[in-house]
Design a protein around this ligand. Structure first.
Ligand code: UFG
Length: 329
């Protein structure tokens, strides 16, 4: 299939592009390079530097490249910033996505794969989280993702759009061959920060909160390998053949790991000591988030290759060790 990957130079998007090639599809990348890295995409892949909120540019690419399906990874994803600068989040994550959907419909493209998030659940009333739990985001980031989910439902009903929305837990790790990996600026995610603390590239890791009602007092999260996420997306393609299909899936391993467990795992993988500082809780962090992904496993045949967090961290370490400055741009 000819697939447009918006945000294909970003962390999850660039890994998905490689998985699309491996599965025999033809990815075309569009990225505005605000957060993406040009060198995360192989020079053989058609690449357009454009913005998803620009319907003329999107329309032209859809027609020129005979696109059948669009995957959208181009969101702002800093939870704290979404609280202080919600305009940016509503503008990019919601309004620009609406423009994109309009451009798709205007050009007869009706298959869509959307990156949603476990942040749409807010503080879940039960664990592990199943898709049917109430969604009540506690920050504008999660809210904008939920707003898009609702928009997609309405568009499926009214216009025959077929979509799959994936609610990610904590994407982590890097390509197994070490060719691409995680490089955010600024970096806020736990695993890359712990690795950099271990190598001395950054200051000691701050543990945000040691007094949670969890086994070791630190937050529990569900770390899922970025290539496993990507494979689930591709497995959904055949379900989108019929018009008006709307699918929602959690993507996580279902295995919670605490902040302290991640630090220990990084020490085990790297053989380095991680300097640690215990700090206060970070605002807006739920104590525990982990997935029940049995729906994706049953309906899509999704198989999780990386079930152990150490194996996920080993791929991240391989990338960080070889590329201490990330993509260097
Ligand atoms: N943490 C620390 N110290 C740090 C960084 C993180 O203790 O320096 C802790 C956090 O408090 C949290 C855990 O490590 O308990 C994971 O934090 P991340 O920032 O790596 O990830 P989040 O769980 O906050 O965020 C992820 C996605 C978001 C998404 C969110 C949903 O990155 O896009 O899950 O809750 F919105």
């Amino acid at each position: 299939m000819d697939v447009l990957v918006i945000g294909g130079a970003g962390y999850i998007g660039s890994h998905c592009v490689r998985q699309l090639v491996a599965a025999g599809h033809r990815p075309v990348v569009m990225d505005n390079l605000v957060f993406g890295h040009r060198s995360a995409v192989s020079p053989e892949i058609p690449f357009y530097e454009a913005d998803l909120g620009d319907p003329a540019a999107v329309g032209e690419i859809l027609r020129k490249e005979s696109i059948e399906l669009v995957m959208h990874f181009a969101a702002f994803a800093y939870v704290g910033e979404s609280v202080t600068e919600p305009r940016k989040y509503y503008e990019n994550n919601f309004v620009a996505t609406l423009r994109l959907l309009e451009a798709m419909l205007d050009n007869g493209v009706k298959k869509f794969v959307f990156s949603s998030t476990c942040a749409t659940y807010g503080e879940p009333e039960r664990l592990p989280i199943v898709e049917s739990l109430p969604q009540a985001p506690i920050n504008p980031y999660g809210q904008t993702k939920l707003d898009v989910e609702n928009c997609l439902k309405a568009f499926a009903h009214a216009y025959g759009l077929s979509f799959a929305a994936f609610r990610y837990f904590n994407a982590a790790g890097a390509a197994e061959d070490g060719s691409i990996g995680e490089d955010h600026s600024p970096e806020t995610h736990l695993i890359p920060l712990v690795i950099d603390a271990a190598t001395g590239r950054r200051e000691p890791i701050k543990i945000f909160g040691t007094d949670y009602d969890t086994p070791d007092g630190t937050c529990l999260r569900d770390y899922v390998h970025v290539d496993d996420l990507s494979r689930a997306h591709i497995a959904a393609f055949e379900k989108l053949e019929a018009p008006g299909v709307g699918l929602f899936y959690n993507l996580g391993t279902g295995r919670p790991n605490s902040v302290r467990e991640i630090i220990k795992a990084v020490e085990a993988v790297t053989g380095l000591k991680v300097p640690v500082v215990e700090d206060v809780r970070r605002a807006g962090d739920p104590p525990a988030l982990y997935a029940d992904s049995s729906k994706a496993q049953k309906e899509l045949g999704w198989e999780i290759k990386f079930t152990e967090v150490k194996d996920i961290i080993a791929t991240a370490w391989r990338w960080h060790e070889a590329n201490p400055n990330g993509f260097g741009d």
